[in-house]
Design a binder for this molecule. Structure first.
Ligand SMILES: NC(=O)c1ccc[n+]([C@@H]2O[C@H](COP(=O)([O-])OP(=O)(O)OC[C@H]3O[C@@H](n4cnc5c(N)ncnc54)[C@H](OP(=O)(O)O)[C@@H]3O)[C@@H](O)[C@H]2O)c1
Length: 233
C-alpha cells in the first residue's frame, strides 16, 4: 500500500511512533525514524531489521528541526509522536517551568516540525499530530497535558485549511500500556483500566493503525481520530 512512499516518524524510537514505523515498513514504505537520542534510535532500528533511516533531531530546537528536514529531503507523510516529561501534579503544584518545557516540546515541537517539514511534503501527502485523551476528558493532575493536547488538535484543524491539499490530522490516543512501565504515572494509569468500557489499556499497535489510516485516506483532513477504548463514553 505504501510502496514508493517515504514516511517520517518523529518520536519513532519508542512507543506509538515505533509501532507506526513498524507498520509502515510492513506495508512497503521507506521509513525515517527520528528522535534526540542516537542510542535509542540505533536500538529501535536494529529491532526493525536495520532497514530504516535514522536521524537525530530535537523538536524543541528550531535549528535542529530545519537541518533535519534538509537532510531528509522530500517525503510523503509525517507522523509526530514526541513525548516530553509531562507534569502530573495538581494545577496549583505544577512548576511553571515544567509546564512551559512540556508545552515547548510537545505543542511547539509539533508546530515547528509542521512548519519546517511542510515544504518537503509531496502533493497528496499528510501530517499527523498526536494529542491524547486528556484533550476531551479531565483527570486530576492532567491540567497541563489537557491544555497541550487541546492546543495540538486546534492547531491541526486550523492549518488543515491553509496547507491543503496537504492533509493535517491528529490521532488522540487513550491510555496505553508502556513497555516497560517506567514511572508512578504508569501505575496510576493501570488503575484506570477497569473503568474503561473495554476493561483494559490500549496497545501501541492499536493506536498506530490510526496513523496508517490517516496517511492513506485521501479525503480526511482537519480531523481527530480518537482511539481510546471508550474512555470518553
Ligand atoms: N502512552 C500513553 O498512554 C499516551 C496516552 C495519550 C497520548 N499519548 C501521546 O502519544 C505520543 C507518544 O507517546 P508514547 O507513550 O509512545 O511515548 P514514548 O514511548 O515516550 O516515545 C516518545 C518519543 O519521543 C521522542 N522525543 C521526546 N522528546 C523529543 C524531542 N524534544 N525531540 C524529538 N524527539 C523527542 C523520544 O525519543 P528520544 O528520547 O530519543 O528523544 C521517543 O522516541 C505522545 O505525544 C504522548 O503524549 C500517549
Amino acid at each position: 500500500m505504501f510502496k514508493n512512499k517515504k514516511i517520517v516518524v518523529v518520536g519513532g524510537s519508542s512507543g506509538i511512533g515505533y509501532a507506526v514505523a513498524q507498520k509502515a515498513l510492513n506495508l512497503g514504505a521507506q521509513v525515517v525514524i527520528a528522535s534526540r537520542s542516537k542510542e535509542r534510535l540505533c536500538s529501535a532500528a536494529k529491532k526493525l531489521g536495520d532497514v530504516v533511516q535514522m536521524e537525530v533531531v530535537d523538536a524543541s530546537d528550531e535549528e535542529s528541526v530545519a537541518a533535519f528536514f534538509q537532510r531528509v529531503g522530500n517525503f510523503d507523510h509525517l507522523a509526530i509522536t514526541i513525548k516530553p516529561h509531562l507534569p502530573a501534579q495538581q494545577f496549583l503544584e505544577n512548576e511553571m517551568n515544567a509546564v512551559m518545557a512540556a508545552f515547548d516540546t510537545k505543542f511547539w515541537g509539533q508546530y515547528r516540525l509542521a512548519k519546517h517539514g511542510v515544504k518537503y511534503i509531496q502533493k497528496n501527502g499528510s501530517i499527523t499530530f498526536t494529542s491524547g485523551i486528556a484533550s476531551r476528558r479531565s483527570y486530576p493532575g492532567y491540567s497541563a497535558v489537557s491544555a497541550i493536547n487541546a492546543a495540538t488538535e486546534a492547531l491541526a484543524k486550523a492549518i488543515a485549511i491553509e496547507l491543503a491539499p496537504i492533509r493535517v490530522n491528529t490521532v488522540c490516543p487513550g491510555f496505553i500500556e508502556t513497555e516497560p512501565p517506567t514511572s508512578g504515572r504508569a501505575g496510576h494509569i493501570k488503575v484506570l483500566s477497569p473503568g474503561l468500557p473495554l476493561n483494559r489499556l490500549g496497545l501501541a499497535n492499536e493506536i498506530a493503525e490510526a496513523y496508517l489510516y490517516l496517511f492513506a485516506n485521501a479525503y480526511t483532513t482537519g480531523t481527530v481520530m480518537v482511539v481510546d477504548g471508550g474512555a470518553i463514553c
